[in-house]
Design a protein around this ligand. Structure first.
Ligand code: SER
Length: 315
């Protein structure tokens, strides 16, 4: 990666990824794009262009003008929003991806886009979910992620485009909030624990899902994109995870710092059904073997860092 274009740059992953990449590769080397401008640091610490990923011609123009060699395509709707607006989700997630892959093909760019634990479904083994297994998701988000994985592999096989991807679990971060996801409750719980000393979870007790702290996700993207292609047996997409938690596990971890923290439940049937269709814990051995995936943060480390950073922001 030398000159990098990021779509969805002001979203949850993008706003921290752009800053991370600018520290590693130089501010001028990372072109942030998003459909809207905000006061986010990613928009003001280097080149920024307004871009609707549905507009393939503009995407090509921007990529050409900045002579990028890598596209990191992040713009997409998350699971709960996609379930509320399935047709929009299909059109945006697949339309944006197709445009970004076409630009990569035209300019010979390396390509990354996130897949998700949402690419699995009820027929997938729930514990120790293997790298290569059943992928029959029952959500529109998942359908678009599986189709996306296949399309990225197709562009690699058919056109030789260097496409790579990660099946991210729920990503936890304090800078930009996630929006419209099922795993967002973990982020909400930290915020509300500090602000109110209590949280009402829309996900039921005992529902385990994979999670990862965002710094580990950023490191994983860079490591995967810099990996020797000769070592990659898989491409689209690698299982990655750092922990498997349910709401009570997170609450217990928070109580080390806020002993009186109260966790209540008011389960949202839509997001609960999505969560129940996903794995409990992924097997990320392939990522470790093929490009050295090794997350640093466990639940305890993440909780400490989240609460420290959020309390700095809340005061
Ligand atoms: N965090 C995402 C969601 O909940 C999963 O990839 O939609």
């Amino acid at each position: 990666m030398k000159k990098i274009l990021v779509t969805g740059a002001l979203g949850q992953i993008g706003s921290e990824l752009v800053c991370h990449l600018r520290r590693l590769y130089g501010a001028a080397q990372v072109v942030a794009t998003d459909i809207r401008l905000s006061d986010n640091a990613a928009a003001h610490s280097g080149p920024f262009e307004l871009l609707d990923v549905m507009d393939g011609a503009s995407m090509l123009e921007i990529a050409k003008a900045h002579q990028v060699d890598t596209i990191l395509h992040l713009a997409a709707l998350l699971s709960a929003t996609a379930e509320a607006k399935p047709l929009l989700a299909w059109n945006l997630n697949m339309g944006g991806l197709t445009n970004a892959l076409e630009v990569s093909r035209e300019l010979g760019c390396s390509f990354f886009t996130p897949s998700s634990i949402g690419a699995f479904g009820p027929g997938t083994p729930k514990k120790g979910t293997p790298q290569d297994t059943v992928q029959r998701p029952v959500t529109m988000y998942g359908v678009s992620k599986v189709a996306g994985e296949l399309l990225c592999d197709y562009y690699h096989q058919k056109y030789g485009i260097d496409t790579r991807s990660l099946r991210f679990p729920g990503l936890i971060s304090y800078m930009a909030p996630p929006g419209g996801g099922t795993t967002d409750y973990v982020v909400d719980m930290y915020v509300e624990a500090l602000a109110k000393g209590q949280y009402t979870s829309y996900i039921a007790e005992g529902t385990f899902l994979d999670m990862m702290y965002l710094p580990d996700a950023l490191e994983a993207i860079v490591k995967l994109m810099e990996a020797d292609p000769a070592r990659l047996r898989h491409r689209n997409a690698f299982n990655v995870t750092a922990m498997s938690v349910d709401p009570e596990t997170v609450a217990t971890s928070i109580r080390r710092y806020i002993p009186d923290f109260v966790l209540n439940y008011h389960v949202d049937p839509v997001r609960q059904a999505i969560a129940e269709s996903w794995p409990n814990s992924l097997d990320s051995t392939a990522a470790t073997q093929e490009w050295g995936f090794s997350p640093v943060y466990d639940l305890g480390g993440m909780t400490k860092d989240m609460l420290e950073n959020l309390s700095g922001r809340l005061t």
